[in-house]
Design a binder for this molecule. Structure first.
Ligand SMILES: Cc1cc2nc3c(=O)[nH]c(=O)nc-3n(C[C@H](O)[C@H](O)[C@H](O)COP(=O)(O)OP(=O)(O)OC[C@H]3O[C@@H](n4cnc5c(N)ncnc54)[C@H](O)[C@@H]3O)c2cc1C
Length: 311
């Protein structure tokens, strides 16, 4: 067998745990340091609460890997600048290698006016909250009755699922830079919130943006067939979409809470065969009590690795 090493792995999400398994299988000893007490990362604290079967299956696999006597798991052990241990500390402890698998813990913002208003949240914080990760589990999220979610990926679907099925709020408005075809969520994931879709509003919305969609060669009949059903929103709760809109400002009321989201209307242009949103300068306001960013995450630079954003 090749030489055995002692390796530090930072972060016990799926990447860290499966990396640990590979290292242990190769005969190395691993110290796995994790910010959270429980292992699993977003498989534990991200995947939606209702997906119990999936989560239980993953927990079983993780448990089996962590039970290897060559693996030492340390929960509640954050690594980084101003954390319990820095990368420098780990280097000085004499590990043969340090593997960083800390996920994307940095939050992305849009840099618009009013972003710090009470009632503006990042999706990951909300997701951590309903998945019971301290300290987010103890935080109050003042969502109100009407919520704008910015972004249209699977994380938007999870957050809308929580708002409509669990918090039972009145209205979720998905705000998207481009059109229906450019959605990033999977149809199978969307099924859980589809009963709330306000199909009449969706039809009107497609009609509103039809000239922009036609301008980039999209087929309105096909889009209408795919995105509009013949049903009423279930239980009076509504899910609507505002396409071709980029948020420009969060407007607050006199208590300093969210009152509305101002958005710039976009057109789409084709660049290298892809649709790109371009602002028109024309804005409108959407009345909401809360704004949730579901626009992705980024690397947490405070871990101490060289990092630059390509965006
Ligand atoms: C809302 C949401 C829902 C999702 N739902 C699904 C789904 O249904 N199905 C699916 O297949 N995938 C889903 N995913 C994706 C999946 O969970 C992720 O792709 C996967 O968990 C990423 O694994 P990772 O190990 O890279 O990072 P993470 O899972 O983020 O794990 C990172 C780990 O590093 C730890 N850590 C962070 N910083 C430090 C630090 N400084 N020091 C020490 N430890 C640290 C964290 O505590 C965490 O344990 C979802 C993701 C999100 C955000």
């Amino acid at each position: 067998m090749s030489q055995q090493h002692l390796v530090a792995v930072v972060g016990a999400g799926p990447a860290g745990i499966y990396g640990t398994r590979k290292l242990a299988e190769a005969g190395h000893r691993v110290v796995l340091l994790n910010r959270d007490i429980k292992p699993g990362g977003l498989a534990e604290y991200g995947i939606f609460v209702d997906k119990e079967k999936m989560k239980t299956g993953l927990r079983k696999q993780f448990k089996r890997i962590l039970a290897d006597p060559k693996v030492f798991y340390l929960g509640h052990a954050s690594v980084g600048r101003d954390k319990a241990l820095s990368l420098e500390d780990l280097k000085n402890l004499g590990f043969s290698a340090i593997v960083v698998t800390a996920g994307a813990q940095g939050t992305k913002k849009l840099g618009i006016e009013g972003e710090d208003t009470i009632g503006v949240y990042h999706a990951k914080d909300v997701v951590y909250h309903y998945n019971f990760l301290p300290p987010f589990s103890q935080r109050t999220f003042e969502v109100g009755r009407r919520v704008a979610i910015i972004g249209m990926g699977n994380v938007m679907v999870d957050v809308a699922n929580w708002l409509l099925n669990h918090k039972k709020i009145d209205h979720v408005i998905v705000v998207a830079r481009r059109g229906p075809i450019e959605k990033a969520y999977d149809d199978s994931e969307f099924e859980v919130i589809e009963p709330y879709l306000d199909n009449r509003d969706m039809k009107q919305e497609i009609e509103r943006i039809a000239p922009q969609l036609i301008a980039v060669g999209q087929n309105i009949e096909e889009i209408t067939r795919k995105f509009v059903r013949d049903t009423e929103p279930a239980e009076g709760r509504r899910l609507t979409f505002r396409y071709l809109c980029s948020p420009t400002k969060v407007i607050s009321n006199d208590q300093g809470r969210v009152a509305a989201l101002e958005a710039e209307e976009n057109v789409m242009v084709l660049q290298d065969g892809k649709t790109v949103a371009k602002g028109t300068g024309k804005t409108h306001c959407i009345d909401v009590d809360c704004v949730i960013y579901a626009i992705g995450d980024q690397v947490d630079a405070s871990i101490g690795l060289p990092f630059s954003s390509l965006l």
